[in-house]
Design a protein. Structure first.
Length: 495
RNA sequence: GGCCCUAUCGUCUAACGGUUAGGACGCACGGUUCUCAUCCGUGUAAUCAGGGUUCGAUUCCCUGUGGGGCUGCCA
């Protein structure tokens, strides 16, 4: 059975950093291609010169690679942005000749026409229409131009665009893989500009021409494109091209239930990565927004997503992008990392906080990372959390107040600890340390007696337990001295 | 204003037309011989409204309402 190869594409504009919504769209496009052993293409739609942002292309391509959503064709990242595939170029600004050719072809077929109207006229027309509460649409004035008039205007170099000639009174119907049947009347469609006066195409022309030329047969994109899909269908039909399948994904919404956008703040994928969300977790999370496996499974690897993905499992309504569950999921992923791997991923954050931390033995670093592994929600939290290992904390007796310990008890506890620690072979396991303490601590409530010690060691209200901390210090040659100095310092507060 | 999409706990979401409307996050409480975290357990909380169709609607249809999107020589 020879089936047509499934070809999907992600086609962002390089107008800024890749954002969460784009990542999810790219993911679903990738999943569908991979599930069908097809091809995933990365095409860049830089047709609006005014909005192009330097560096955006690099960011998009690189970020996709961070998530292992590697394109089979188009742009990809290998230290620099590279391009591959035999249907390129995959940058629309390099395909201007094609769009011009197809636009003129459309004119010759009578499905498009030249328009010479000025911005002023269009603005006036629009405000007149909105004032009358009728839908703003171009009035097809330039369609009335004779061949000669058009030739003259072109000869005189008058600014011109090419508009789609939308026929009246037609119902455009298409089947959306997510939403089912959708029907829109051509009476509600405007004579969309296809080729701008600067020679660049608009999205509507470029997307159709490129999807056709690149063999894209599944158009998967955000729901905001539903209203313009009929225009695209009109163009496909004018050329007699076979329609792709359409799948319009439910929108990602901000907490205020608006379409997620750059304006809504923190949506750049790059920012999430920098805060220390793991790509695996972020991808897993974003996959579950608008899609579900119909089972109770929450954790998915990329391969599992490929295996499980289908359009029937997509849902139709927008999903709020809410960070709480992401934090939880990220914590789950962090906990599952091997210490060596976690250490590697933490390195940039540790370097940021403690420039000299590399002088410490790896064994020590592994130990303190293991201590915090269960507590981290984001990698970026590591610096604050392990600070007390690298610099002596303040002893704050206030932290003991709620324990209702009096000064005598605190002093007792600390001097007991001092004695115990001074007296044993230090490089021993946590269990041994713990046993020593439980054997030798005086005081009735041994649990409470450990509080002052922990506070002396960390200066924190919440932290790993004192035995684990001491075990970690035990790795250092001067570990005992560090601990004793902290206890002495704490004790000095009670003299 | 017009057109389109959409509607289950606070959030993400399950539920051949028949379920005590399920799970996850969050939150609360309890357990895990110190705190925090982890882990475990318990609890909390929803079918937008009104009409139909049906023996029976979360589910199908209609109307309304809410939410969202589009309505650019932006994408």
């Amino acid at each position: 059975m020879d089936r047509v190869e499934v070809r999907t594409r992600f086609a962002p504009s390089p107008t800024g950093f890749l954002h969460i919504g784009g990542l999810r769209t790219a993911l679903f496009e990738f999943l569908w291609a991979k599930k069908n052993n097809g091809k995933f293409i990365l095409r860049i739609e830089d047709t609006d010169q005014a909005r192009n942002v330097p560096g955006a292309l690099e960011n998009i391509v690189q970020t996709l690679t961070d998530f292992k959503l590697n394109p089979d064709e188009g742009f990809y990242w290998d230290g620099v942005v590279l391009e591959k595939g035999d249907r390129g170029p995959y940058l629309q600004s390099k395909r201007l000749g094609l769009y011009k050719k197809y636009a003129e072809d459309l004119v010759n077929r009578g499905n498009a026409y030249y328009c010479f109207c000025s911005q002023e006229r269009l603005t006036a027309l629009r405000s007149e229409q909105t004032a009358k509460k009728i839908p703003p649409k171009y009035d097809k004035l330039c369609l009335k131009l004779t061949k000669e008039e058009i030739q003259n205007k072109i000869k005189n170099n008058e600014p011109k665009v090419i508009r789609l000639n939308v026929p009246p009174n037609q119902q455009i119907r298409f089947t959306d893989l997510v939403h089912g049947q959708i029907e829109i009347s051509t009476n509600d469609l405007d004579d969309q500009v296809l080729l701008k006066s600067d020679g660049f195409p608009t999205y509507h022309l470029a997307v159709v021409v490129d999807d056709y030329l690149m063999g894209v047969n599944y158009v998967i994109r955000g729901e905001e494109w539903i209203p313009s899909t009929p225009k695209h269908i009109l163009i496909y039909s004018s050329f007699g091209w076979e329609l792709p399948k359409f799948a319009h994904l439910p929108l990602l919404l901000s907490k205020s239930r608006k379409k997620l956008s750059k304006r809504e703040g923190d949506v750049a994928v790059k920012d999430f990565l920098e805060q220390g969300y793991l790509p695996e977790a972020l991808l897993n999370f974003v996959a579950l927004l608008g899609w579900n496996p119909k089972t109770e499974q929450e954790k998915f690897t990329l391969d599992e997503l490929i295996e499980e993905f289908s359009f029937e499992k997509l849902n139709k309504s927008g999903a709020v992008f809410d960070l709480e569950k992401l934090d939880w999921l990220n914590g789950v992923y962090i906990r599952e990392l091997k210490i060596e791997e976690l250490h590697l991923r933490l390195l940039p954050y540790l370097t940021e906080t403690f420039t000299e931390f590399k002088k410490y033995p790896k064994e020590f670093l592994f130990k303190i990372i293991a201590l915090e592994q269960g507590r981290l929600k984001k990698l970026s939290e590591i610096g604050e959390r392990v600070r007390y290992f690298f610099s002596e904390p303040e002893f704050n007796p206030e932290l003991l107040r709620w324990k209702k310990m009096n000064n005598e008890e605190i002093k007792q506890s600390l001097s007991d600890a001092k004695k115990i620690i001074s007296n044993f072979e230090f490089q021993i396991s946590k269990q041994e340390i713990e046993k020593k303490f439980l054997d030798e601590l005086t005081g009735k409530d041994k649990g409470s007696m450990l509080w002052p010690l922990r506070i002396a060691l960390t200066g924190l209200k919440a932290s790993p337990g004192p035995f684990e901390i001491m075990e970690a210090f035990g790795v250092l040659p001067n570990g005992r001295e560090i601990i004793l100095s902290r206890i002495k310092k704490a004790l000095s507060r009670f003299r």
